[in-house]
Design a protein around this ligand. Structure first.
Ligand SMILES: Cc1cc2nc3c(=O)[nH]c(=O)nc-3n(C[C@H](O)[C@H](O)[C@H](O)COP(=O)(O)OP(=O)(O)OC[C@H]3O[C@@H](n4cnc5c(N)ncnc54)[C@H](O)[C@@H]3O)c2cc1C
Length: 371
C-alpha cells in the first residue's frame, strides 16, 4: 500500500511510460519507508534497520538455479541530496534488479512490497550514518539518492579460477561486515523463517567467523541461528566477542541482541555446565566460553569465544580438507581486515597484497578477497 502511494506520486509503475529504474551509475530518489532502532525498536542504539522503497519496475528473479551467479554480494550507494558524499550499504536480502535470489528470499510475488532492508550503523562523527538515522520515514517522499546494484564481490568476476564452484566459503567478518555474509546466506539458502523455500542446488558450505566487541553489539544473531538450524549440513557460525558476561548477568542490550528465542549457556567444551568454576578457571580462548541454542532447536549451536579471531582459530578452521577449494572473504573494519589479510589498496579498486594472518597460514592470494 505504501509503495502504491509512492507510485501514484512519482508516476513510477506499470502505468508510467518511462519507468524509473534503479541504476548503478546514476542516483535515483527513493523513499525511506521505515526506520527502527535495531535490535530493539524501543531503545535508541547505534544501529537502525532502514527500509528503502524500490521502484515498482524493479525486475524480479531471472533464474535461481545458477549457483555460480548467486555467489555474489551486492551493495547500493546512498547519498543525501544536500551532501556530496555517498556511502555503500549492503542490503540484507538481495531484492535488487537482476536478482537471482528473489524467489529464495520471498520477493518473487508481485504482492510483496519491494524494499531494501539495510542495517546502518551510526558513528558519533559519521556523516551519512547520522543523517540516515535522523531521516524521518515517509513512503511518499523520495528523500534519499540511491544508486546500484554494485557488485561488492562476485565469484564469476573475482575468482581467478572460475571453473568449479568452491567447496566452501569462509567469511571472516566484524561489526557491520556481517551484512555481506548474511546477504550471501540468504542468496543461497533463502530468508530464515520463510517456509517452503528451495535452497540453491550445489551451494558451497558457508562458515561464518563473526567478531564483535561484545554481545550488545552483535547483529542478526537470531537470523544467523535460524539459518544454521535450517541448513546444518551447509552453514555454521562462530562468534568471537572481546568481552563475554556470564549467562546470568547479561545486560538488557545483550538480551535484545540475542532475541527471544536464543538461550545462552556455558559451553560444555569449556568446563561443563556449571558457570562458576568455569568462570574462575583459565579457560583457553581456543575453546568457546558460551554456546547459543534455541528453544526450538537445542542441538543447533553457535559457539561464543571470548577472544578476537586469532591465527590459531583460523588455522583450526582452515585445516585443508580433501574436499576441494576454500574461498575466504574478509569484511569488517579496516584494522581487522589488515590484521587478517593486509590493508585494502588505497584507491579502493584493487585488493592490495595478501599479508597478515591469512598470508602466514599460506593461503593463496586468489582464494582471499577483501570486501
Ligand atoms: C561495500 C560496502 C558495504 C557496506 N555495507 C554497510 C552496511 O550494510 N551497513 C553499514 O552500517 N555500513 C556499511 N558500510 C560502511 C559504510 O559505507 C560507511 O563507511 C559507514 O556507514 C560510515 O559512513 P559515515 O558517513 O556514517 O561515517 P564517516 O563520516 O565516513 O565516518 C566514519 C568513522 O570515521 C570517523 N572519521 C570521520 N572523519 C574522520 C577523520 N577526518 N579522521 C578520523 N576519523 C574520522 C568517524 O568519527 C567515524 O567513526 C559498507 C561499506 C562498504 C565499502
Amino acid at each position: 500500500k505504501l509503495l502504491h502511494l509512492y507510485t501514484e506520486i512519482t508516476g513510477d509503475g506499470p502505468s508510467s511510460s518511462v519507468p524509473l529504474k534503479l541504476e548503478p551509475h546514476t542516483h535515483r530518489p527513493l523513499p525511506l519507508v521505515s526506520s527502527t532502532y535495531y535490535p530493539d525498536p524501543s531503545t535508541a542504539s547505534a544501529h537502525k534497520l532502514l527500509q528503502i522503497g524500490l521502484p515498482s519496475s524493479t525486475s524480479s528473479s531471472v533464474g535461481i538455479s545458477d549457483v555460480k551467479r548467486a555467489l555474489r554480494i551486492r551493495s547500493v550507494y546512498i547519498k543525501e541530496p544536500s551532501l556530496v558524499i555517498e556511502r555503500a550499504y549492503t542490503p540484507l536480502y538481495d531484492t535488487l534488479p537482476g536478482s537471482h535470489s528473489a524467489a529464495l528470499v520471498g520477493t518473487a510475488t508481485a504482492k510483496e512490497p519491494r524494499v531494501l532492508d539495510l542495517i546502518v550503523k551510526r558513528y558519533p562523527d559519521g556523516e551519512l550514518g547520522k543523517m540516515l538515522h535522523r531521516a524521518v520515514a515517509n513512503p511518499t517522499m523520495p528523500q534519499l539518492e540511491v544508486r546500484g546494484p554494485v557488485d561488492t564481490w562476485s565469484f564469476e568476476r573475482d575468482s581467478a579460477e572460475t571453473g568449479g564452484v568452491p567447496e566452501r566459503i569462509v567469511m571472516v567478518v566484524g561489526g557491520t561486515g556481517i551484512t555481506p555474509a548474511y546477504q550471501l546466506l540468504t542468496n543461497l539458502f533463502g530468508r530464515p523463517g520463510k517456509t517452503a523455500q528451495a535452497r540453491m542446488k550445489g551451494a558451497p558450505r558457508i562458515e561464518v567467523l563473526y567478531a564483535t566487541q561484545d554481545l550488545e553489539n552483535v547483529l542478526l544473531l537470531p537470523q544467523l541461528h535460524a539459518s544454521v538450524e535450517a541448513n546444518r549440513d551447509k552453514v555454521s557460525v562462530q562468534l568471537f566477542a572481546e568481552r563475554v558476561a556470564s549467562p546470568s548477568s547479561l545486560s538488557p542490550g545483550a538480551r535484545s541482541a540475542l532475541g527471544k528465542g536464543l538461550v545462552v549457556s556455558p559451553s560444555a567444551k569449556a568446563g561443563g555446565r556449571s558457570w562458576i568454576p568455569f568462570f574462575s578457571s583459565k579457560a583457553s580462548s581456543l575453546e568457546p566460553k558460551l554456546e547459543l541454542t534455541s528453544v526450538s532447536s537445542p542441538t543447533t549451536t553457535i559457539p561464543v569465544f571470548e577472544s578476537r579471531i586469532t591465527q590459531q582459530h583460523l588455522e583450526k578452521v582452515l585445516t585443508p580438507t580433501a574436499d576441494g577449494r576454500t574461498l575466504i572473504l574478509v569484511s569488517g573494519p579496516d584494522g581487522m581486515v589488515s590484521a587478517m589479510a593486509g590493508p585494502r589498496s588505497r584507491d579502493g579498486q584493487t585488493q592490495g597484497r595478501l599479508t597478515g594472518i591469512l598470508a602466514s597460514l599460506n593461503c593463496r592470494h586468489e582464494d582471499v578477497f577483501k570486501l
